[in-house]
Design a protein around this ligand. Structure first.
Ligand SMILES: O=C(O)C1=C[C@@H](OP(=O)(O)O)[C@@H](O)[C@H](O)C1
Ligand SMILES: C=C(OP(=O)(O)O)C(=O)O
Length: 415
């Protein structure tokens, strides 16, 4: 009965770092995620003059409600979209000239709706090359606040960035949202802002954030629910059982709803107060599922789909095309390389049942492509990757942890 310790949530760690940096005192983050994304976020804060003290199990951040401690900085955001979208927004609260760049992968990912909203609020944001992409420079002089309209139909991270900014403005923010994906991530943002002493109100499509700043606190980071999806899927696929402690009924992360998908497919799922257990039953039904709220787990489902007894159709996931890669096409391409029949549309993918035959997976440097097809590999031994190291983005120890689990799972197939 394997118990798997999952590292901290990337999304919670990134938000906690922002909130701690903006708070009025010293914040302790307990069990933060240590991975390329979150180390990059912490390094970005350091570049902006914040003090971040790191020990293996906790990070301490000296908050500066007045913004960055330096008047000039050059920040490299690596592959992290939270870093690349939240840090320029934090920098706008200071006084100085701050330049942000990112990896080639992150440079391709959009942020124009956020740029436009910041400009509407009077922030001077200039893109050096393609409009709405990194590299960019923020010439900051604090943010007055007011009302702004935002299209967050491509990424909820634009809205999260503005919500986090709200309490740091002089007059507060009213954010009118015309479209929104990944809603549970906005709920995480609001819950965490409250934990740091701020208020957020929702009036229909308008999010109202009064001024008032953040209070420092001690904040414990939940294990990462998206990371847990590979281990839960492994149990469902093999007829094994996996328990993940630290994630249960009160957890903040929407991606935990992935276990409901596994339940619909035939797995047994037990959600307790502080742990979740998934048990494979030997059954794995096909289904049609809307994953708009939990699209980081789309590749996990796509990777086990060929083993289902009927087609698996995943809908409303257009924005997975602007993640680390075009995930709809990357999943389809790799499933085809595995000999599986797949079709895709603008915002959907449909996978037919059929036994995958091991191949070399084309990862596009996307951690989730590697971790997802590692689950397929439990029933199609011999899968390899053109870049297995890209798991460092969110889980540097993935291969070791998954290898350990593999050894303790039965080989009984589900179908
Ligand atoms: O706010 C966050 O922490 C995240 C929001 C989601 O992005 P989108 O809102 O772009 O879908 C998710 O895919 C990403 O991994 C993390
Ligand atoms: C999309 C992801 O990351 P981000 O947008 O935070 O770079 C992810 O982790 O799957």
């Amino acid at each position: 009965m394997p118990v798997v310790d999952i590292p901290g949530s990337k999304s919670l760690t990134a938000r906690a770092l922002f909130l701690a940096a903006a708070a009025d005192g010293v914040t302790t983050l307990v069990r933060p995620l240590r991975s390329d994304d979150t180390e990059g976020f912490a390094e970005g804060l350091t570049r902006l003059g914040y003090r971040v003290g790191r020990t293996p199990d906790s990070w301490q951040v000296d908050g500066r409600p007045q913004g960055p401690a330096v008047t000039e900085a050059d920040v490299y955001c690596r592959d992290g979209a939270t870093t690349a979208r939240f840090l320029p927004t934090l920098a706008a609260t200071g006084h100085g000239t701050y330049r942000f760049d990112a990896s080639a992968q992150m440079r391709r990912r959009p942020l124009l709706p956020l740029t436009r909203a910041l400009r509407d609020l009077g922030v001077d944001v200039r893109h050096e090359q393609a409009e709405g992409h990194h590299p960019l420079t923020v010439r900051a002089a604090g943010v007055e606040g007011g009302e702004v309209t935002l299209d967050a139909g491509q990424s909820s991270q634009y809205l999260t960035a503005l919500l986090l900014l709200g309490p740091l403005t002089r007059r507060g923010l009213r954010i009118r949202v015309t479209d929104l994906v990944s809603v549970p991530y906005v709920e995480i943002t609001i819950a965490m802002m409250r934990a740091f002493g701020a208020e957020v109100r929702r009036e229909g499509t308008v999010f109202v954030v009064p001024p008032g700043g953040y209070r420092a606190t001690t904040y414990a980071i939940e294990p990462d629910a998206s990371t847990a999806s590979y281990f839960f899927a492994a149990a469902a696929l093999t007829g094994g059982e996996v328990t993940v402690p630290g994630l249960g009924k009160g957890a903040l992360q929407g991606d935990l709803a992935f276990v409901d998908v596994l339940r619909r497919m035939g797995a047994e799922v037990d959600v307790a107060a502080d742990r979740i257990t998934v048990r494979g039953t030997g059954r794995l039904h096909g289904l049609t599922v809307d994953m708009r709220d939990i699209s980081d787990t789309m590749p996990t489902l796509a990777a086990i789909a060929p083993f289902a007894s009927g087609p698996v159709r995943i809908e409303d996931v257009a924005n997975t095309r602007v993640k680390e890669c075009d995930r709809l096409e990357a999943c389809a391409e790799n499933l085809r390389r595995l000999g599986v029949e797949v079709s895709t549309g603008p915002d959907w993918i449909e996978i037919q049942p059929g036994p995958p035959v091991a191949t070399d997976i084309k990862t596009y440097g996307d951690h989730r492509i590697v971790m997802s097809f590692a689950v397929t590999g439990l029933r199609a031994p011999g899968i390899s990757y053109d870049d297995s190291g890209c798991v460092r983005k969110t889980f540097p120890g993935f291969h070791e942890a998954f290898g350990k689990l593999r050894g303790s799972l039965p080989v009984r197939p589900s179908r």
